[in-house]
Write a new protein. Structure first.
Length: 543
């Protein structure tokens, strides 16, 4: 068997977005599409030839097909050894854990995260570097450039490998090892958290409902929560990863995890409800009668992290994406540690974590994580909450309200306008950008603009920059509205409007969120003309 060179021609749409390449399955099924991207990675990333590569995905439709392609190309490109999760599975945080823990030169993660799967759904492919995180712009830039000039790729003519059985096989001199997708990750969780205390919590009758949404975290949650921590059988629901997620949308938000939300608001609510997304990096946390916004969750976890053994020494800093509410900033201030504000997307946290400048990170989009891996981590967030609850023995609602009394409450919501006409969405953003400098002292929704810009970021570690990361408008009362276009959508454009209002007075912290935000919502409409540009009067999804 020897490597064969296959002639190909460039596609013009292989620019990695917020989380790698994310497209409809049909796009990836085009002949040479996956191959071109993968070869571009082999051509531009050092250390893969002769090194260790990790491959795994969330099990969605086309997962195994793409993995077989990658394995053959890895062999043809001289990779020494490939670790692949059994049945092609690796959650995104587990892939990061394996890349770091085993000293890999990098890894391919196959997922479109929380987007629907199946033949008509979405697929995704991204490359993570040796640090375990999504490749930064300095790596994705050359990959993309390579896809624009590619003329051939390398593969081997070999039968597909058996991914269902653990063990080692050889492919043209490359060793391919099919590994337990949970083992390395489970071990890491056991080192970070007080498993004995959490076991006691479950033994005391504490009830959890964990919704794996027919996606990748099922096997992880069953092994860790039920087998290792003693949560009753049946705690994990929709636990089997299915190629089409059972027709469901594996996005753990209040729309797609409505059953869980309704349960948690009802009379039979367990103590904690949690869910994760397609690839296991997002988390939803709901206490009995209390939904915890991801921004609040980050703040509460930052304030309580030292209760878990892995963070007992305290945290070095917090980082949040720009649109995430500023609740965590107040905790960082109290702890006397820095709080960094980064552009949307986990890749921007990597340098801060590597440099030991931040320990916890979070995004408003249900992403929370720490320096234990270089991806956000859904099950990790659930375990940290469990550790906090085991140590404090108080309800989620109690803990959150006490947090607000101490730090104030950041009322927060994100409005998503999906599948908006791309031209209209761009026009809205361009118009806003065009008038930023004239907005100072301008009144909208009864608020006065105190500051407005198009967020630009300079990485404090390597000095790299990212411009045009979203329009943020701050009002003189501490309220804020942020506008940006999604980088992960696969149909039309998605406009995201992030709304925030700070309420320090404990007597005023119990309002309904939309009521509390009414004037900020009004300000957003006045400033951006959402209806005028998009024709929409209501967002499609509110989170
Ligand atoms: C969205 C979220 C962002 C997140 C990204 C990837 O991006 O807003 O916070 O990092 O998805 O999440 P956008 O560009 O559509 O707003 V996931 O769970 O891919 O991995
Ligand atoms: Co995800």
């Amino acid at each position: 068997m020897a490597a064969i060179e296959v002639a190909t021609a460039p596609f013009d749409d292989q620019k990695p977005g917020t989380s790698g390449l994310r497209k409809k399955v049909g796009v990836f099924q085009q002949p040479h599409y996956v191959e071109n991207f993968v070869q571009a990675v082999f051509d531009t990333v050092d250390g893969l030839a002769g090194g260790l590569l990790v491959v795994g995905g969330d099990g969605r439709y086309f997962n195994e097909r793409a993995i077989q392609t990658i394995l053959k190309m890895a062999a043809a490109n001289g990779v020494a050894r490939v670790l692949v999760g059994q049945n092609g599975l690796l959650s995104t945080p587990a892939a990061s854990c394996v890349i770091r823990g085993r000293g890999a030169a990098g890894g391919f993660i196959l997922s479109a995260s929380h987007n629907p799967g199946g033949p008509d759904g979405d697929f995704g492919l991204k490359f993570n570097t040796a640090a375990g995180g999504p490749a930064p712009e300095g790596v994705t830039g050359p990959i993309y450039e390579r896809t624009r000039t590619i003329e051939h790729y390398l593969t081997v003519d070999a039968p597909d490998l058996d991914l269902a059985t653990r063990g080692t096989a050889e492919l043209d001199g490359t060793v391919v090892e099919v590994v337990d997708p949970v083992a390395d990750y489970g071990g890491l969780m056991e080192r970070l958290f007080d498993f004995a205390a959490i076991r006691d919590l479950f033994a005391s009758g504490f009830r959890l409902r964990y919704d794996a949404m027919n996606a990748v975290t099922g096997p992880y949650a069953k092994a860790i929560l039920e087998d290792a921590l003693g949560a009753p059988a049946g705690t994990v629901v929709r636990a089997e990863p299915l190629p089409d997620f059972g027709g469901a949308h594996p996005d753990p938000n209040l729309v797609h995890a409505k059953d869980l939300f309704d349960l948690m608001m009802g009379p039979d609510a367990p103590d904690l409800g949690a869910a994760s997304d397609g690839d296991g990096d997002r988390n939803l946390i709901i206490g009995r009668g209390r939904f915890v916004t991801p921004s609040d969750s980050l703040a509460v976890l930052a304030a309580n992290a030292q209760l878990a053994p892995g963070y007992a020494q305290g945290i070095k800093g917090v980082a949040r994406s720009m649109p995430t509410s500023r609740a965590a900033d107040r905790v960082a201030e109290t702890l006397g540690v820095p709080c960094f504000e980064t552009p949307t997307g986990w890749k921007f946290f990597g340098n801060l974590l590597d440099a030991g400048m931040a320990t916890l990170c979070g995004e408003e989009s249900a992403g929370t994580g720490s320096d234990h891996v270089r991806e956000k981590d859904g099950l990790w967030a659930v375990l940290l909450w469990l550790n906090v609850l085991a140590a404090r023995r108080r309800s989620v609602d109690d803990i959150v309200r006490e947090h607000w009394r101490t730090y104030g409450r950041n009322y927060y919501a994100r409005f998503d306008y999906e599948e908006v006409d791309a031209t209209a969405a761009t026009a809205l953003m361009d118009e806003l950008r065009g008038k930023l400098e004239h907005l100072l002292d301008h009144k909208a929704g009864g608020h006065t603009v105190a500051y407005a810009d198009d967020f630009a970021y300079t990485d404090p570690v390597d000095g790299s920059t990212a411009a045009k990361q979203g329009v943020r408008i701050l009002f003189d009362d501490g309220s804020r509205v942020v506008f940006r276009l999604s980088g992960t959508g696969t149909a039309g454009a998605t406009l995201r409007v992030y709304l925030e209002r700070y309420e320090p007075d404990p007597a005023k912290q119990d309002a309904e969120v939309r009521t509390a935000l009414a004037s900020v919502i009004q300000a957003a409409e006045e400033l951006a003309g959402i209806q005028r540009h998009t024709g929409r009067t209501e967002p499609d999804v509110v989170t």
